[in-house]
Design a binder for this molecule. Sequence first.
Ligand SMILES: Cc1cc2nc3c(=O)[nH]c(=O)nc-3n(C[C@H](O)[C@H](O)[C@H](O)COP(=O)(O)O)c2cc1C
Length: 329
Amino acid sequence: MPRGAGVQDGGDGWMVDLSVEIGELTLQNPITPASGSFSWEYDEFIDLNELGGLVAKTICREPRDGNPTPRMAETEAGIIQSIGLPGKGIDYFLENIVPEYAKFDPPLIVSCSSEDPDEFALLASELSVPDVDVVECNISCPTRNTSGGNFALSDEHTGEVVSKLRAATDKPLWAKLSPNAGDIVSIARAAEEAGADALCIANTFLGLKIRTDNFRPAIGNKYGGMVSPALKPIVLRMVYQCAKEVKIPIIGIGGVTKAEDVVEYMLAGASAVGIGYAAFRNPTALTSIIRDLEVWCDNRGIKRVSELIGAIKDEDMEMDTLTAASQGV
Ligand SMILES: Cc1cc2nc3c(=O)[nH]c(=O)nc-3n(C[C@H](O)[C@H](O)[C@H](O)COP(=O)(O)O)c2cc1C
């Protein structure tokens, strides 16, 4: 059994249960890759069987070339990217990619997307094959419109598309929300009411970088999704706010680079995390964070990592920010 499963460590007394439950699904630990910055090919560098789950790149029904290049640019604090969901379509995915992931033990979470709710639902039903454990709907592609692919900017569009997906699949359905929504809590509620089993919070922040040598946008699609460890406090705040308002589990995604970040997300109410940027830079981040989390828990006598979920101590701090700001000094 891998260390990532949280087991006795050869007699030195470690015994941390790292497992978490996302609805009916049990993950051996709360560490999953984030969609788009991970592939089964990472198996060359890490033991994929140590991970809590395997998350495939968002798949679309028809083959897509993706966005014009360049697709990625560096900033002072992270990257801005607009890849454009390139892929070879559903048939290729089912025939060639699902079998690659199926060679490993952790559950397979398949992310999918469409600009059309009916095609999206069809895609979800076609993806509901035995080797797929979870359908994650990417309803938050940052460079798309709210009525077509970036549904998670609006509670109405979110409710509509998640309802269609819910009707189309019996698999656990996770909805990936957008940090660009004005009021993410209302979107979270809409996704829950429409039947999502879990929420992934969140996708990337819409951004722009302009080259000062030629005055052109730095990436071919003009706008891109910003990812950076600097964004973690913002997504953490969103996870915290949503966790107070929905009952379904939350996977916190944004700026996780170390075990303490996982702890923060869990204290805020997340049941697991997704890791994109850190694993994109160095795939071994995924497995080293699992080990560090185990050590972190063991050092504090925490026997089950799930004890951390929602364990933030804030009972005496219920005043909201706006109320606090309007108090006299
Ligand atoms: C290169 C790249 C490609 C991405 N592709 C997808 C994708 O296909 N589907 C998706 O839902 N999110 C995609 N994302 C967003 C990540 O899944 C994740 O939500 C985001 O990077 C925030 O997590 P992080 O701060 O750990 O990177 C992508 C991110 C990056 C950096």
